[in-house]
Design a binder for this molecule. Structure first.
Ligand code: FEO
Length: 404
């Protein structure tokens, strides 16, 4: 059965929800699923498909297209992003509509060839920054968006109806469940955590490139009526909310003053200290506190929360004279994603050779960019006794003082 939504006159969402995939990119859990968005423009006698979808949901895309095309040919396929979660179904599109002309960037055509899609049997129209193309009534302009999130990426602005086909920008994890538009959901309540986790883990490394794209978008913002990403809801209102989030994330500025306490605990003693610190912070008025066990929390959630909050407490046991492996992995993910501009406090634990504090501090200071580590480190030997309460207080005070 087809399942389509009208975006605006002549333009339809023809994508699909995927609730069967457990790991996006085979690494990030997606308990709420994900949508692969593709869009079909019926422009007078011409038809244009903007991107395809993941191979796993290709059949749904085909049913949607066959319903809307109703026997007419597909004239153009615009590929904004060639990553297989969007590009993989193009192979089937090319087979079913052999006359279709493909519009994309030079690098995307190279990737099509690498992935084994037979684009060279079709008319290939290479476009670059600033090029325009008219289908029939609709004229589009192409804007390069390299590294948002792959080097070949571009976004396409339909200047006739103000639709921005935004590729991976402004996307989110989560299946749509029929609700296509941002004003059909409570985004700030139900979607922002998945949108942040999607952005920070998938595109987070490329903040400077996202900033470049935001600047290009700002120049034409008054023309934009719809933002159509390749995942998650289509935006037709409240652009300022979304752009502000992207601006914070891509400048690596925290959204909120608050404390993420990430603990690595083997027998519960480091966990106990983390909980005690959380209680002290709240008692002193800093209630924006989130506590996570790094062993049972997928690192994609930790990264997302670290982008959200201004302060991070790393509380770790010493393990084989090193940092507990999952805590180390969290720090290495911060490095890989270029995370910057956070303030850290450290709680270390070791029963006979306490090393984790020095090693975590060294990692933060030497391998991450533009980070601050507070001096008031709390060191524990096996467990934190009640007579150390004053030190716990001092640590909470130091964290709060650094927020002023
Ligand atoms: Fe959703 Fe970079 O692909």
């Amino acid at each position: 059965m087809y399942s389509v939504r009208e975006v605006t006159q002549d333009l339809y969402w023809v994508g699909a929800d995927d609730r069967r995939l457990s790991l996006f990119e085979n690494i990030h859990p997606i308990p709420r699923g994900v949508s692969y968005n593709a869009y079909l423009l019926l422009d007078g006698s011409k038809s244009v498909l903007f991107d395809t979808i993941d191979w796993s949901a290709c059949r749904q895309l085909l049913e949607n297209m066959e319903y809307l095309l109703d026997g007419r040919p597909l004239d153009y396929l615009v590929i904004n992003h060639m990553e297989p979660d969007h590009g993989a179904s193009m192979e089937e599109i090319l087979l079913r509509w052999p006359e279709v002309k493909i519009i994309s960037t030079e690098k995307a055509f190279m990737l099509m060839s690498q992935f084994g899609f037979s684009a060279d049997k079709h008319e290939c129209i290479k476009v670059k920054e600033g090029d325009t193309f008219t289908f029939e009534n609709h004229t589009v302009t192409f804007v390069a968006a390299p590294m948002v999130h792959w080097p070949e990426a571009m976004v396409t602005l339909d200047v006739t109806n103000g639709v921005l086909f935004a590729a991976d920008a402004f996307g989110s994890f989560g299946s749509l469940d029929g609700k296509l538009f941002n004003d059909e959901v409570n985004f700030d309540r139900d979607w922002i955590d998945d949108a942040r986790r999607y952005y920070t883990n998938i595109v987070g490394k490329y903040g400077p490139h996202v900033q470049l794209l935001l600047k290009k978008a700002a120049a034409v913002l008054d023309q934009i009526k719809f933002i159509c990403p390749l995942h998650g809801p289509v935006w037709r209102s409240d652009f300022g909310y979304l752009i502000d989030k992207y601006d914070h994330w891509s400048r690596y500025e925290p959204e909120e003053k608050g404390v993420l306490i990430a603990y690595a605990s083997m027998y519960g003693n480091t966990e106990s200290a983390a909980n005690a610190l959380a209680a002290r912070l709240c008692e002193k008025g800093m209630t924006n506190v989130a506590v996570y066990d790094v062993s049972s929390t997928h690192v994609s959630y930790l990264i997302s929360e670290t982008f959200r909050l201004s302060h991070v407490v790393l509380a770790s046991v010493t393990y084989n004279l090193g940092i507990y492996p999952v805590m180390h992995n969290y720090l290495m993910d911060m490095k890989a994603l270029n995370l910057q501009k956070r303030t850290f406090a450290i709680i270390e634990n070791g029963s006979w050779a306490c090393k984790s504090g020095d090693l975590m501090q060294q990692t933060v200071e030497e391998q991450l960019k533009d980070m601050t580590v507070l001096n008031s480190r709390l060191s524990m030997a096996s467990s934190l006794r009640a007579d150390r309460a004053a030190e716990l207080d001092a640590l909470a005070d130091a964290i709060i003082a650094s927020m002023q």
